[in-house]
Design a binder for this molecule. Structure first.
Ligand code: NAD
Length: 306
C-alpha cells in the first residue's frame, strides 16, 4: 500500500497529531496484524502518511477495512522491517464469543509472528493490555506488578492469552535476540459496537436509555469511579444535544446492576515509566476524548449506521 493510493483526510488526522513524510531512506516495510480493527486502522493510516510500505493481515473477525485476508493462527511469510502485532478480538463480547479461538489467536498467532520477526530480523511490537493485571490488588498498576488473574474465569481466554503472548515475546527476545516492544494498553476510545464501558455509556445516553453501571475504571491519569464516569457521559451528551437544539423528554437515569464475573474492581495505569523512558503522556483529557466520541457516535446514529 502506498500513501497516494489511499483516501485519508490529512486535515482530520493532522488535528490529532502532525505527520511529516519521511525521507525515502527512513521508510520501512511494515506488517500490521489486526490492521482492519479500531486501533490498527488508525495506526495504518499514520504509518502510510509517514511514507512506510504497509501490509495488513486481518481475518476480519471484528475489523472492517479491506486488506489481506489471513488468520494469524496460520503461518505467514513476508519480508519486513517492523511488525505491529495487534490481531486479537479486544472487547468481552467479541473475545468470549469463541474463547478457544481467542486464546489460539494470542498464543499461536503471536508464536507465528515472532517466528517471522526472528527470520526477517524485524522489530516486533505487541499490543498487550491492562487485562494482564486482571482484578489488581495494587493500585495504580506499575509494569512490575504481576497481576491477579483467574485462569479459568470468563475473561481468562483474553487475559491469559495476552500473558502467554508476553511470555513468548520475551522468550524470543532472550533466546533469539528479537528486538521487541510490549505496549500494555488501557481502555481506549472505541467503536460504538465495542461493548465496553466507554461506548456503552455514550450509546445508552444518546438513545435516552438508562446507563447500566459496572465497576471498571478508565485508564489515563484521570480516574473516575464508574458512577462518576456515568455522570460525566450524561453531562457531555446533554451538552452536545443542547448545542444541537435537542431537548430530551426525560433525563436518563444511572442504574446500578450486579458486577459480571471477574470484572476488575478498579484500575488505573501507573504511567511513570512511559513518561520517563518514552516521554509519552496522554495529550487528551478524558472529557475532551469523550466529547469527540459523542459527536462521532451521534453522526453515526444520524446516518443510520448504528
Ligand atoms: P479490534 O477488535 O477493533 O481489532 C482487532 C483486529 O484483529 C480486528 O480487525 C480482527 O478482525 C483482527 N483479528 C482478530 N483475530 C484475528 C486472527 N486470528 N487473525 C487475524 N486477524 C484477527 O480491537 P482493537 O480495539 O483495535 O484492539 C487492537 C489490539 O489492541 C488488540 O490486540 C487488543 O487486545 C489491544 N488492546 C486494545 C484496547 C482497547 O481499548 N481498544 C485495550 C487494550 C489492548
Amino acid at each position: 500500500f502506498h500513501p497516494d493510493t489511499q483516501s485519508i483526510s490529512y486535515t482530520t488526522l493532522s488535528r490529532f497529531a502532525p505527520v511529516k513524510l519521511l525521507p525515502p531512506s527512513s521508510r520501512k516495510r511494515v506488517l500490521v496484524t489486526g490492521g482492519a480493527g479500531f486501533v490498527g486502522s488508525h495506526l495504518v493510516d499514520r504509518l502510510m502518511l509517514l511514507g512506510h510500505e504497509v501490509t495488513v493481515l486481518d481475518n476480519f473477525f471484528t475489523g472492517s477495512k479491506t486488506y489481506l485476508r489471513h488468520d494469524v493462527v496460520e503461518p505467514f511469510m513476508i519480508e519486513c522491517d517492523q511488525i505491529y502485532h495487534l490481531a486479537c478480538p479486544a472487547s468481552p463480547p467479541h473475545y468470549q464469543f469463541n474463547a478457544v479461538k481467542t486464546i489460539k489467536t494470542s498464543f499461536i498467532g503471536t508464536l507465528n509472528m515472532l517466528g517471522l520477526a526472528k527470520r526477517t530480523k524485524a522489530r516486533f511490537l505487541i499490543s498487550s493490555t491492562s487485562e494482564v493485571y486482571g482484578d489488581p490488588e495494587v493500585h495504580p498498576q506499575p509494569e512490575d506488578y504481576w497481576g491477579h488473574v483467574n485462569p479459568i474465569g470468563p475473561r481468562a481466554c483474553y487475559d491469559e492469552g495476552k500473558r502467554v503472548a508476553e511470555t513468548l515475546t520475551y522468550g524470543f527476545h532472550h533466546q533469539d535476540g528479537v528486538d521487541v516492544r510490549v505496549a500494555r494498553i488501557f481502555n481506549t476510545y472505541v467503536n460504538p459496537h465495542d461493548g465496553r464501558v466507554v461506548s456503552n455509556f455514550i450509546v445508552q445516553a444518546l438513545r435516552g436509555e438508562d446507563m447500566t453501571s459496572r465497576p471498571v475504571n478508565i485508564g489515563n491519569g484521570d480516574e473516575f469511579t464508574i458512577g462518576e464516569f456515568a455522570e460525566l457521559v450524561r453531562e457531555i451528551v446533554e451538552k452536545v444535544q443542547e448545542e444541537d437544539g435537542i431537548k430530551p423528554a426525560r433525563r436518563v437515569q444511572i442504574v446500578y446492576k450486579p458486577i459480571p464475573t471477574d470484572d476488575p474492581q478498579k484500575r488505573r495505569p501507573d504511567t511513570t515509566r512511559a513518561k520517563n523512558s518514552l516521554g509519552w503522556q496522554p495529550r487528551w483529557s478524558v472529557r475532551m476524548g469523550l466529547e469527540e466520541m459523542v459527536r462521532y457516535y451521534k453522526a453515526k446514529m444520524a446516518e443510520g449506521s448504528m
